[in-house]
Design a binder for this molecule. Structure first.
Ligand SMILES: Nc1ncnc2c1ncn2[C@@H]1O[C@H](COP(=O)(O)OP(=O)(O)OP(=O)(O)O)[C@@H](O)[C@H]1O
Ligand SMILES: [Mg+2]
Length: 279
């Protein structure tokens, strides 16, 4: 069966896209024995920093490749860089870093790392807008059940590539003043994408990140955002909790932290809802 390829996206920065991608991938792997691939499609490479230690990244770079190599060396048609040799053979396993594996459960968590060089695609290198879709459509990727694309917070060719490849999006938002504009921006991006490529992107839903139940105006903002969005919203929100930051710093997920059980249960419940909504 083809993998469920999902872009975690919001034009707004710092809303928790990477934290959500990372924790979700870990939960799908650990609690649900899924075969998961994270694609870091952000030149900031935050998901890569979570997935690989400095030594692991250095080692990966010696023998293997990053998403930047995939775009820049193999598929660029023209641009300010030399063209690749024709007939370049791409071995997709060269891009994959295996973060976790459970042999008895036949599950794994893999990652395609990113690096700052990916920003070359934002500086004018021409990339076929369907290139990532074509790559992920290859039989090699059929072994994954979920492919999660961690997106950068701007509208660029990277957004186009991920929307064409993913066809479905998960939109983390924070309940604040900017989020209403953020979701309107997101809708505009989806509208333009449909106009440009005739691709209708499916929406899994909005998920409220860094939710603070007791904070003034949270509920009010939520209602405004949900109304502006007009689509599905997850029942489960992810609260604001420092253990997410600490877990990120330790390159683990919330379930492996010392957070209260109710914090952990909340993410478990979100993951179940995610599976429900994607099945
Ligand atoms: N639920 C949470 N509770 C507390 N802190 C959080 C939570 N989720 C994310 N954070 C913190 O918020 C900051 C931004 O999170 P993150 O990097 O995941 O956002 P992002 O949307 O991926 O950012 P960018 O747009 O730069 O890619 C980080 O410091 C992260 O540790
Ligand atoms: Mg991020």
């Amino acid at each position: 069966m083809a993998p469920k390829t999902i872009a975690i996206i919001n034009m707004k920065g710092g809303v928790g896209k990477t934290t959500l991608t990372w924790n979700l991938a870990q939960h799908l792997f650990s609690n649900h024995d899924k075969k998961v691939l994270i694609i870091d499609l952000d030149p900031q490479a935050n998901a890569t920093v979570l997935g690989l230690s400095e030594e692991e990244f250095k080692e990966h770079k010696q023998n293997k490749k990053t998403i930047a190599d995939l775009f820049i060396n193999c598929y660029r048609k023209y641009g300010p860089f030399p063209k690749p040799k024709s007939g370049t053979i791409v071995d997709y396993k060269d891009y994959i870093f295996r973060r976790e594996v459970s042999i008895d459960k036949q599950a794994y968590l893999d990652l395609v790392p990113s690096e700052l060089d990916l920003s070359a695609v934002l500086k004018g290198a021409y990339i076929d807008p369907f290139m990532l879709e074509n790559v992920l459509g290859l039989p090699y990727f059929n072994k994954y059940e979920y492919i999660l694309i961690d997106c950068a917070p701007t509208n660029s060719i990277l957004t186009t590539l991920s929307l064409n490849a993913a066809k479905k999006i998960l939109v983390p938002v924070m309940a604040d003043t900017f989020a209403v504009y953020g979701v309107e921006l997101m809708q505009e991006v989806l509208r333009q994408h449909k106009e440009d490529f005739n691709v209708e992107v499916g929406i899994i839903g909005l998920v409220f990140m860094r939710w603070e139940e007791k904070k003034a105006n949270q509920q009010e903002f939520k209602e405004k955002i949900v109304a502006a969005w007009g689509g599905t919203t997850f029942r489960n929100s992810i609260r604001n909790n420092d253990w997410y930051k600490i877990a990120n710093g330790r390159r683990t997920d919330i379930s492996q932290s010392a957070a209260h059980d109710e914090v952990k249960r909340e993410f478990t419940a979100f993951t179940r809802e995610f599976i429900e909504k994607t099945e």
